[in-house]
Design a protein. Structure first.
Length: 142
């Protein structure tokens, strides 16, 4: 009986710790430096004519760097951003960017916005991207 109570308490403690574990954010090194290079090549080919070579935006296209990017995307997830890219970009040919290209472009945009690279490439999987939050302020301890 006592061992069952100890086991139950252990399960509750582990469950509480997992429930309190912070969600992943863009500050967790969610993309690789190599992926940034691929993303830049793709961005230069497909995106800069509307969003600008420096990602500052042009005419009707929003900026993808600095305060303009964060004002539009802080509080959302990389899954939200990926959905927007995959369904509406490029404006002259929407829906023709695959999951890998989308992840690469997101990695490039994140790097320009000074979020840290990590050791693993950002996946193209929408479910995983939906679990990574875009937050403007660097969380304590990151």
């Amino acid at each position: 009986m006592k061992s069952m109570m100890v086991a139950g308490a252990l399960i509750l403690t582990v469950g509480a710790a997992l429930a309190q574990a912070p969600a992943r954010t863009v500050w967790d090194g969610v993309f690789s430096a190599e992926q940034v290079e691929s993303g830049k090549i793709f961005y230069d080919r497909k995106c800069d004519s509307c969003h600008g070579a420096q990602l500052t935006g042009m005419e009707m296209s929003p900026g993808l760097e600095g305060s303009a990017f964060l004002a539009n995307w802080s509080g959302q997830t990389l899954g939200d951003l990926a959905t927007r890219i995959k369904t509406t970009m490029p404006a002259n040919d929407p829906g023709n960017i695959n999951s890998r290209q989308t992840a690469d472009v997101i990695a490039y945009v994140l790097s320009v916005n000074k979020f840290p690279a990590g050791g693993t490439a950002l996946p193209g999987d929408a479910q995983i991207l939906g679990q990574i939050s875009i937050v403007a302020e660097k969380p304590a301890g990151k």
